[in-house]
Each structure stands twice: as structure tokens, then as C-alpha cells.
Design a protein around this ligand. Structure first.
Ligand code: GLY
Length: 428
């Protein structure tokens, strides 16, 4: 089979790596890909939002299956475009992808289907949103309705920052049209947890739970990032919690979307807070998480191509999904300045040595190759993932590989996975 993976980050490198290991696969293309994907596949210079060019490429190369990493092409309707042409593609249609593409839709949907989430109000006029926050207790979360590259949900601690956030989103339009409406919701207190699920719109297979590390600095301090690391499975979610998440969140969401004529096929991402009252949904995404994918797929024993094909054919109920009884940890190496303005074009050394560490895979995110040298080309540069029988072992292996890699200004968190083990001491 020929496979096309759409995207160019660490999540997509993980998908390429996993799919290329399937005996069913002869060739993997990645659009636009990165230096890491170029090692197990062929990179194609097409941007993720050029839907017709991607579909033309899939037709021309007789691609058997396309897998979409990021949310933007899904929200734009890449699945509708491919299906119209009779091309196989894994992901939700544009109308099902609205569960991520519109925060207003997602909140109204959850309310209608009794899916636990924070109380909220929706505003399309900045004056009304401002009046509401003036009369509310803090903290609150203010969310731009549309897609905002993961930056559209802002926690505000006091009235002044709430008012200035409303001004920036709704009046200054820092996220463009995504800010024409906002959701203002209560701030949920508890551990964050990600639960991804395979679904064909009827059957649901939750994947192993995982925890992202959103803040730039150790101890969850500093500004938010796209994710500085992850581990799986997340020990904060016991079997009882996972059963509640299935019964109270995943099942009613998939069934509700089906009833509304928005059948969801693909990967459903539930971003949850484990509150004192039980799990509540902070956000839904319509695709794999990044960097959660980097720790989940290395633990998947079943052939991912078989799972994807059974989702597309609506036959997921006939499929087995098996997981290794191991732990995985991913440490993200980022450029100096990230998550603000960051440096690029720094040569990376030690990649080969790091890869030779037992049970370690180095996934590329923002990299580019020039002959046989690799340079930084993004904020998040690499995701060093290790697996082991124990969480401590996975942490040790990941950091021992990290120590072999160098580039100017490299920054990373030293405490990835420690929440799972209670490890407080610094490893390095
Ligand atoms: N890890 C957060 C996300 O993928 O949206």
C-alpha cells in the first residue's frame, strides 16, 4: 500500500514511523514532512491547507490511504474533498470536525447531550462579554470560538486581564475571524488528562490515557506551549475513572454526533480535567494529540493500518486493539525563545547516538535536512521518546538519550513524567 500522511510535526513523524512498520505498507509520503520523516518516507512540498493539491497528489500517485495529522485541513473539509473523489482518508468530515473547529458548537453540543463540562456563556458582542466578566468571580477561561493554533483558550485571574483578553480577541482580533464570538467558562480545578479514542462513529476504542506538559518550565510554570512532553499511560486515571470517561464522555459524544448527522470517524481527542465531581471535558479535538501521539503509538501492538482501514469501512467492532504493558515518556527539545519568538537554523548534533539508546526513538518536529546535516526549523524541534517496563525506567532512558543531543539554545523540561512517579529530584 501507499500511504500519505498530511502534516509536518512530531505527531506526523510518529504516524509515519508507525505506519511504515506495517507489513501492509510499501511506501509512505509526508506532506510537507520534515527531516525525520524523510528517513522512512518521501517528503512532498505541499502545504496542509492546499486541499485540492493534496487530493491531486493522492490521485496521481495512486495513494491507497491518507492520514491527516493537524486540525486545520480537517476543519477545512479535506475528508469531504477526498471522499468526493473516491479516495480513502482517515479523519472526520468538516461537519464532524466542528467539535474542535468551533468552541461554541462544542459547548452547546455538550450541554445538549449532558456531557460534563464547565458552565459557560457565549458572547458575540464585546460589551456584553465585558459586563459578564465584571460581575463574575475569577479565575475564568476565555476561548475564541474558532481555531487559533492552540492559543485560543486563555485563563484570566482578575477582571482587568479578563477585559483586556476580550478586547484582544473580539476587538483587536488577534486570532482573526476566530474571535468573532467567545466562550467564557468556569475554570476547572484538577489534574489534566488526555484520552484519545479510535471510532468509526459507532464503535469506540479508547487508547491508553496520557498527560501532556503544557507549560514551558519545570513544575508547570511559565507560559503555555504546544506541549513540552508527555507520558503514557497516565497513572492519575484508574480503571474506574476510565470507565466514567467512556460512559459519560466518549459514548454520548460519538452517539450525539451520529444523531445530529455528523458521524465522527477517526480520532476523537478528549482533553479532560479530573475534578472532585468527576471527569469534565475541557476541550475536544478531532485528531491525534501532539505530543501525546509520541507516547501512545509506541505502545500500540496492533497494526495501525488495519485499525485505520476498519474505521474507514465502518467495521471497527470487528477489530482487536492491543497495547504493550509498558510505559512511554517523550521529552520535547525546543529552540531558544520558544514559545515566544524563537531561533532557527541551528545545527543539531548527536542524533545518531541518541537513536542508538535502547528503546528510544527520536521524533522530529521542527527540523530540516541539508545534505547530511540536520538543522532546527521550528519552536519544538525534537521529541525524544523512550519505553520501558516501568515509568522510572522510561524517564531514565529518555533523559539519557536527551543528553546526547545538542544544538545552540536547546531547552527542555527536566520533570517530564514525574507526576506519575512522584519523583521530585532533578535528573540532570
Ligand atoms: N497536546 C495538545 C493538543 O494536541 O492539542
Amino acid at each position: 500500500m501507499k500511504i500519505l500522511v498530511v502534516g509536518g510535526g512530531g505527531r506526523e513523524h510518529t504516524l509515519v514511523w508507525k505506519l511504515a512498520s506495517s507489513p501492509l505498507v510499501d511506501k509512505v509520503f509526508a506532506a510537507p514532512g520534515n527531516a525525520g520523516m524523510a528517513e522512512s518516507g518521501e517528503c512532498v512540498d505541499i502545504k496542509v491547507d492546499h486541499l485540492t493539491r493534496l487530493a491531486d497528489f493522492a490521485e496521481r500517485k495512486s495513494v491507497d490511504l491518507t492520514v491527516v495529522g493537524p486540525e486545520v485541513p480537517l476543519a477545512l473539509g479535506i475528508v469531504d474533498e477526498f471522499e468526493k473523489r473516491g479516495l480513502k482518508i482517515l479523519g472526520p468530515t468538516k461537519s464532524a470536525a466542528e467539535i474542535e473547529g468551533s468552541k461554541v458548537f462544542a459547548k452547546q453540543f455538550m450541554k445538549k447531550h449532558h456531557i460534563p463540562t464547565a458552565s459557560f456563556k457565549i458572547f458575540d458582542k464585546p460589551e456584553e462579554a465585558s459586563d459578564f466578566v465584571r460581575a463574575s468571580e475569577m479565575p475564568l477561561v476565555i476561548k475564541a470560538d474558532g481555531l487559533a493554533a492552540g492559543k485560543g483558550a486563555i485563563i484570566v485571574e482578575d477582571t482587568r486581564s479578563a477585559l483586556s483578553t476580550i478586547q484582544k480577541i473580539m476587538v483587536d482580533r488577534i486570532f482573526g475571524g476566530a474571535g468573532s464570538r467567545v466562550v467564557v467558562e468556569d475554570f476547572l480545578v484538577g489534574e489534566e488528562l488526555t484520552v484519545l479514542a479510535f471510532t468509526d462513529g459507532k464503535t469506540i476504542f479508547p487508547m491508553l490515557s496520557s498527560q501532556d506538559h503544557k507549560k514551558i518550565f519545570d513544575g508547570d510554570r511559565g507560559p503555555n506551549t504546544g506541549g513540552m512532553g508527555a507520558y503514557a499511560p497516565a497513572t492519575v486515571a484508574d480503571d474506574k475513572t476510565m470507565t466514567r470517561i467512556f460512559d459519560e464522555v466518549l459514548e454520548p459524544t460519538v452517539a450525539g454526533l451520529e444523531r445530529e448527522g455528523r458521524t465522527f470517524k477517526g480520532i476523537l481527542y478528549a482533553g479532560l480535567i479530573l475534578t472532585e465531581m468527576g471527569p469534565k471535558v475541557m476541550e475536544f479535538n478531532c485528531r491525534f494529540g501532539d505530543p501525546e501521539t509520541q507516547v501512545i503509538l509506541p505502545l500500540l501492538k496492533t497494526d495501525l493500518v488495519e485499525i485505520f482501514l476498519s474505521i474507514i469501512d465502518g467495521e471497527l467492532s470487528l477489530q482487536d486493539v492491543e497495547w504493550a504493558d509498558n510505559f512511554a515518556v517523550c521529552v520535547v527539545l525546543a529552540s531558544a525563545g520558544y514559545p515566544g519568538k524563537y531561533e532557527k537554523d541551528k545545527e543539531i548534533s548527536g542524533l545518531r547516538k541518541a537513536r542508538q539508546t535502547e528503546d528510544v526513538v527520536v521524533f522530529h518536529a521542527g527540523t530540516r535536512r541539508q545534505k547530511d546535516r540536520v538543522f532546527t526549523n521550528g519552536g519544538r524541534v525534537l521529541g525524544v521518546t523512550a519505553t520501558d517496563k516501568s515509568m522510572d525506567g522510561a524517564i531514565q532512558k529518555a533523559y539519557s538519550a536527551v543528553k546526547k543531543i545538542e544544538f545552540e539554545g536547546m531547552q527542555y523540561r527536566k520533570d517530564i513524567g514525574h507526576k506519575a512517579t512522584g519523583v521530585k529530584k532533578r535528573l540532570l
